[in-house]
Ligand binder design. Structure first.
Ligand code: AHG
Ligand code: MN
Ligand code: MN
Length: 323
């Protein structure tokens, strides 16, 4: 059984990148510990603030954001950070080679009901001489990511990550405080009959998405010819993890509740890192019309429609959109 640092070294990850990833993980271990303490640590409930996306911030959104931000901007190899909970990107060190973007706490609505939440992160290389507080330096497509991962705070705390050489899973050994490798070469089954979508938004979807779900619901008598099962955890980290373990398709499509938003999920904190992990595990990830990692970001907080998971099922949804 190998520790995270041993796996990264064996994969030939540059030492500077390893130090950046390690700092993300130090913060995540702290978040895992606080979640374990729960109400005893006074971390439940909401703040009186909203983030730049207009969402009420939970106490743990802010605590997790500060833990990640503080440790990363102090790291000499970090040029800057971008976070779902920060209005603007934050500068680290001008000589730093890496940019880190993160969703510090994904699935916030689950915190107060003691269900699964997660942290998602993505690492890019800083391409030019600009400071990390200039968002332009972050506006690279997902194919440029050099590492991506998430920590799932579930019954066990799991780190799932890739540096472009397949997907590894590590389990937090709470007796020693280390993530220990428990799976490697994770592979998503190509076919599935399990979908995850928030059905309550159905009337706001585009016709293509409505048609696909209608056809799923018709089961073996419908055009898709199989009986589907459905899951919705309301935490993308938990949904993606289930898909890595047993296949499935996760969708948060465009909906017309707020026509100015391309989707609910954010390209740089959720869409891109999850797409890299899913593709590295042999799955697929699309907006419905193009690969998510080919989307050129216009702003750090851009949103994107998301369809990801088992390759053949994602291809079906893309075919509905191209009809
Ligand atoms: P966050 O908690 O970071 O804002 O993200 C929540 C996201 C995602 O994890 C989940 O799939 C989705 O929002 C749930 O949305 P609904 O509450 O609309 O179902
Ligand atoms: Mn999220
Ligand atoms: Mn979040």
């Amino acid at each position: 059984m190998k520790r995270l640092d041993q796996v990264l070294a064996a994969d030939g990850v540059p030492a500077e990148l390893e130090l950046v990833i390690n700092d993300v993980i130090v913060a995540c271990k702290d978040i895992a510990f606080k979640l374990r303490q729960g109400e005893l640590a006074g971390i439940l409930g909401a703040t009186e603030d909203e983030n730049v996306q207009g969402e009420t911030q939970k106490k743990l959104d802010v605590i997790s954001n500060d833990l990640l931000k503080d440790i990363l901007v102090a790291n000499p190899y970090v040029r800057g950070i971008g976070s779902e909970e920060e209005d603007y990107t934050v500068a680290g060190h001008d000589a730093g080679k890496y940019l880190v973007t993160f969703d510090p706490l994904d699935g916030s609505s689950n915190i107060d009901v003691n269900l699964s939440v997660g942290t998602i992160f993505s690492v890019l290389e800083a391409q030019d001489d600009q400071s990390g507080d200039n968002q332009e330096v972050f506006l690279q497509n997902g194919r440029k990511q050099v590492a991506a991962g998430y920590v799932l705070y579930g019954p066990s705390a799991l780190l799932v990550m890739t540096t472009g050489n397949g997907v590894n899973i590590f389990t937090l050994d709470t007796t020693v405080g280390e993530f220990i490798q428990t799976k490697s070469g994770v592979s998503i089954p190509e076919d599935t009959a399990e979908f995850a979508i928030n059905m309550s938004n159905q009337r706001f979807w585009e016709p293509e998405m409505k048609q696909y779900i209608d056809d799923c619901l018709q089961g073996e008598e419908g055009p898709l010819g199989k009986r589907y099962n459905m899951r919705w955890v309301a935490s993308m980290v938990a949904e993606v993890h289930r898909i890595l373990m047993r296949g499935g398709i996760f969708m948060y499509p465009y909906d017309s509740r707020d026509p100015s938003k391309a989707g609910k999920l954010r390209l740089m904190y959720e869409g891109n890192p999850m797409s890299m992990i899913v593709e590295q595990a042999g799955g697929a990830s699309s907006t419905g019309r193009m690969d998510i990692m080919d989307v050129a970001p216009q702003g750090i907080h851009d949103r994107v429609p998301v369809v990801l998971g088992s390759k053949n099922e994602v291809a079906k949804v893309v075919a509905y959109h191209n009809k």
